[in-house]
Write a protein that binds this ligand. Structure first.
Ligand code: F6R
Length: 609
């Protein structure tokens, strides 16, 4: 979602803020902006283009200051035009950046309008700016710190904010509830940011603000007050965010880099796994795993598809009933809670508001056993769950999730094995065999990555299409869903996935020679059925693009293009079959010339509901 960075220092902070924005741009890229205090006045530059354009403006104005805030926006309230770009001003005296959504903005807007405040943007953020200003103006709050504390008590919704005003020149105030905000500590300087990566190389000392915290920063002090108005300390940790993580190196796009990084990411996610033991998920895992009798998985998007894949594993190998719910739906439907269910949330960012709210709802229904599979150890989701497995995919910058997905699958397979073992459904020989397969996975992935030239050849055909169908069966149906999602996200081609057996129940009507049909063909128990489905398409003139396991005996034919995968990889086959679909989406997008890493209308880390 939006990215925030702020600094109060004794040196010029503009380059720190601009570098922070560059690193946060993956969170949202509808617009960006920077505001500083210089010679007692607020100065601002904003752009509806990318950070690089803002940098040109900033250089041209030679703007410099020892205090400032900057923002990169994913638009919610108000379209992406300059007046809606942050930082937002109130009365040319106070400036604010905001990540989140204020749900009661309309009533506050009315109230502030009746007090004479004029609104220049359609944003909910301007409401916060004026509210803080009004509290100061009326004398209800004697200083900015107090005004922000009072103002945030009136906000419903999610926010992370950073604000300063010209009357208190060396003070910056931040606050968070529902959206992330961290404090960075320097020597004679302090910072605010949405994540540590923004400040990598500037500081490695961070405190993670908690829900409802308000923080006052000067060059030499950091004061935090919690939502009960009590002064608190938050643990200061060393976080080695690696600024090199955002270097593209030899790659053209982050998506490409992150696809290629998957063998490493999976090896790192497996690091430290010498056997299948509950402790992999936390100290209380054994006790909890023995108590539960079902699993409820909550997630969104790609992470949801990881959950759908895991359902097959959990039910077939661990024999534990598993349901998988789209988090944004679960929260708003009446379900039947099971207090003996393990609630598993899956998330790359650990910030996804829909998943966090669904988790809170599941807990409120009395389902207290919770486990997060997450790529960010310091995220809100990890903080709100009892058990965890941290995937070690490394920073994922491309908006389309790739390495996060395959590492989630790796973690979910480990969970399956752990539960199967505790339920006496995994022999020692099977455990050894699965562990061996998991350890060999990075090598197997290298051989799939080597198929890239053949996939590039296909991508030219796909680039000319406006629609595509993806077929899979069983364990590979969620992989077909993921393949279709990747293609639509980055290439803007309309793509749909079906379980291959469903084709004849409707979607076959769509099949013509204009509609490529991507088929995932592992050599599993369903392969013969799948071959019949392939024929159903072929006899209607459909064009098939089949990813077939080497031993599946599916041959090239007229209208049937085949890329031969390695031999069937058993239960872990979905992980191998994901990679060519990612490459197909990536190269098709490149052929169509889309902005692969920043697809239109999307953002990484969706921190609003
Ligand atoms: C798709 C994609 C999204 C995310 C979804 C959940 O490529 O990236 O569908 O998977 O927004 O995000 P996380 O995993 O961060 O909760």
């Amino acid at each position: 979602m939006c990215g925030i960075v702020g600094a109060v220092a004794k040196r010029n902070v503009v380059s720190i803020l601009m570098e922070g924005l560059r690193r946060l741009e993956y969170r949202g890229y509808d617009s960006c902006g920077i505001a500083v205090l210089k010679d007692g006045a607020l100065h601002r530059a904003r752009s509806v283009s990318r950070v690089i354009d803002l940098a040109t403006q900033v250089e041209a104005t030679a703007i410099s200051s020892d205090m400032g805030i900057a923002h990169t926006r994913w638009a919610t309230h108000g379209e992406p035009v300059v007046v809606n770009a942050h930082p937002i001003f109130s009365c040319d005296e106070l400036t604010i950046v905001h990540n989140g959504i204020i749900e009661n903005h309309e009533s506050l807007r009315e109230e502030l309008s009746s007090q004479g405040y004029e609104f220049f943007s359609q944003t909910d953020t301007e409401v916060i700016a004026h509210l803080i200003h009004a509290l100061l103006q009326s004398g209800v709050a004697e200083d900015l710190f107090k005004a922000v504390r009072l103002a945030t008590k009136r906000l419903d919704g999610a926010y992370a904010i950073a604000v300063f005003r010209k009357q208190e020149p060396h003070l910056m105030v931040g606050a968070r509830a529902g959206s992330p905000l961290i404090v960075g500590f320097g020597d004679g300087e302090n910072f605010l940011a949405s994540d540590a990566l923004a400040l990598a190389g500037t500081t490695d000392k961070f405190a993670y603000l908690e829900e409802g915290d308000v923080v006052a920063l000067t060059r030499d002090s950091v004061t935090i007050i919690n939502r009960k108005d009590i002064s608190v300390e938050r643990q200061v940790r060393r976080v080695h965010a690696y600024s090199g993580a955002i270097d593209l190196g030899q790659y053209r796009h982050y998506m490409q880099k992150e696809i290629i990084e998957q063998p490493h990411a999976i090896a790192d996610t497996m690091e430290g796994v010498s056997g299948i033991v509950p402790e992999l998920f936390g100290y209380e895992a054994e006790h909890i795993f023995k108590h539960i009798n079902s699993i409820l998985i909550l997630a969104c998007g790609t992470s949801y598809y990881a959950g759908l894949t895991a359902k097959h594993w959990l039910e077939s190998l661990a024999k534990i009933p598993t349901s998988v719910e789209v988090a944004s739906e679960y929260r708003y439907r009446q379900s039947v809670p099971n207090p003996r269910s393990l609630v598993v949330t899956i998330s790359q960012s650990g910030e996804t508001a829909d998943t966090i709210v669904a988790l809170q709802y599941a807990k409120a229904l009395g389902q207290k056993h919770t486990l997060a599979i997450c790529n960010v150890s310091t995220s809100a989701m990890v903080g709100q769950t009892t058990l965890h497995y941290l995937t070690r995919a490394g920073v994922e910058i491309g908006v389309a999730s790739t390495k996060a997905f395959t590492t989630q699958l790796t973690a979910l397979f480990l969970l399956t094995l752990t539960l199967a073992k505790l339920r006496n459904r995994l022999s020692t020989a099977e455990e050894d065999a699965y562990l061996k397969q998991l350890r060999h996975l990075p090598m197997a992935l290298y051989s799939v990555l080597a198929l890239e030239p053949q996939i590039i050849a296909w991508s030219d055909d796909f680039a000319k299409c406006e629609h595509a169908l993806f077929l899979g069966r069983g364990l590979h149906y969620p992989i077909a869903l993921e393949g279709a999602l990747k293609l639509k996200e980055v290439s803007y081609i309309h793509a749909e996935a079906y379980p291959a057996g469903e084709l004849k129940h409707g979607p076959l009507a769509l099949v013509t020679d204009k509609m490529p049909v991507v088929t995932i063909a592992p050599n599993d128990a369903l392969v013969e059925k799948l071959k019949s489905n392939i024929q159903e398409v072929r006899t209607r003139g459909g064009r098939l693009y089949v990813f077939a396991d080497a031993d599946s005996n599916i041959q090239h034919d007229d209208g049937v293009h085949v890329i031969r995968m390695p031999e069937h990889y058993g239960q872990l086959s979905p992980i191998l079959h994901t990679v060519p679909l990612q490459l197909l989406a990536y190269h098709t997008a490149c052929a169509r010339g889309t902005d692969v890493d920043k697809p239109r209308n999307l953002a990484k880390s969706v921190t609003v509901e």
